[in-house]
Ligand binder design. Structure first.
Ligand code: SF4
Ligand code: SF4
Length: 362
């Protein structure tokens, strides 16, 4: 055993096991996970180990072993060794040097992310709406079009966002012979703010990944995205295991916090699929008065710890949420999640959500 190799049996009261500050255990109904926010990964651990890590983190290894029946000593040391071998934790004789990390979340921007939808019926001024979104300080924008966007539109958008304050822009558009792969590739190369172009409704012969660089990609998806209902999927491939999203999810909604949306009819909303509208975007001189409204911000504070079923799920701080498509009632689980934390199982075969992407990139 690793522990036995490093420390004499008499020293157990001077040695402590500590998790690295960026490795945080989260308890679920059946099992727990330890999330490594630095390496964006997680591992399953038993709930018994989560209890030791949470409740006994101030105790030395010897005190932990004394607390539980003798026959569990090897198992507990095996758990600690497992975490050391996987580089989630370490043994130390100076535990006071390794305080826990604060999980407080704050952000200087009132709006951090936005969705703007374009459909066949859209009559609002899209480029003006994007300019208004930018003026809120928004960092991440998704432009989601249910119809084919022309190369002319892309060129106008490119000019507008080149000197903008957006950090990333994801563009979803319908396939059209008028939008060439070479054009999209060049656009990505010339404008590093564009993180993804997803071309949906693509014909079968199209290759899925056309351009796949570290922070940019061009994707063909076979599935059509013909309405705002193509949203809200929960899938492990979409988990976000990062300090900012993990801390945000402690207190805030993991989809709608600090989000603003313009639906395909030009209505300003929390989410394009919500019924509540805060006015036509064309009528606004600024979106800030809407974003500052108490009623608009109410949904921002609905964290996973308040949502039925999710509050017992070990993935609650790393999975996304959906407050538009829910099982029943405002505090119920997202309808498109098939995970059952009480059985620790996904209820249907998991499929690749090629048409779903994270709005806030890693
Ligand atoms: S609340 Fe649901 S439908 Fe609305 S943006 Fe979030 S995931 Fe999409
Ligand atoms: S049950 Fe809730 S927290 Fe768990 S994976 Fe589904 S949506 Fe996420």
């Amino acid at each position: 055993m690793l522990f036995a190799k490093q420390f004499a049996p008499g020293n157990t009261f001077e040695v402590y096991f500590k998790l690295f500050a960026c490795c945080l255990p989260v308890r679920g109904a059946q099992r727990s996970v330890v999330c490594d926010l630095q390496r964006a990964s997680y591992d399953y651990i038993p709930n018994a180990l989560q209890s030791i890590l949470e409740q006994d983190h101030l105790l030395s290894v010897g005190e932990v072993l004394n607390k539980y029946p003798t026959q569990h000593a090897d198992t507990i040391l095996g758990y600690f060794d497992f975490l050391v071998e996987k580089e989630y934790g370490f043994y130390t004789q100076q535990p006071e040097l390794f305080p826990k990390m604060s999980l407080a979340y704050n952000h200087p921007k009132l709006i951090t992310n936005a969705i703007l939808d374009i459909g066949a019926q859209s009559k609002y001024n899209v480029l003006r709406a994007i300019a208004l979104i930018e003026l809120t300080g928004c960092e991440h924008l998704q432009v989601r079009s249910f119809v084919a966007l022309t190369e002319g539109f892309f060129q106008e958008l490119d000019q507008q966002i080149k000197t903008s304050r957006f950090r990333s822009i994801e563009i979803i558009t319908k396939h059209s012979p008028g939008l060439s792969e070479d054009f999209c590739r060049l656009l990505l190369q010339q404008n590093p703010r564009i993180s993804q172009i997803i071309v949906h409704s693509a014909p079968d012969e199209k290759q899925e990944f056309i351009y796949n660089e570290v922070s940019q990609c061009l994707i063909h998806a076979r599935a059509p995205i013909d309405s705002e209902a193509h949203c809200g999927y929960i899938h492990p491939a979409l988990f976000s295991i990062h300090l900012s999203t993990f801390t945000e999810a402690q207190q805030f909604n993991s989809c709608l916090n600090r989000k603003i949306a313009v639906d395909q009819f030009g209505n300003v909303k929390n989410c394009p699929s919500h019924a509540a509208s805060y006015g036509a975007v064309d009528d606004q001189a600024s979106l800030l008065p809407i974003a500052q409204q108490k009623r608009f911000q109410e949904i921002w504070g609905v964290s996973k710890d308040q949502i039925n079923v999710c509050q017992d799920c070990e993935f609650r701080y790393i999975c996304t949420d959906c407050r538009a498509y829910v099982e029943a009632g405002p505090l119920s689980k997202p309808a498109k999640c098939t995970y059952d934390p009480y059985a620790a199982a996904w209820q249907q075969p998991q499929t690749t959500m090629a048409n779903q992407s994270r709005l806030v990139p890693a």
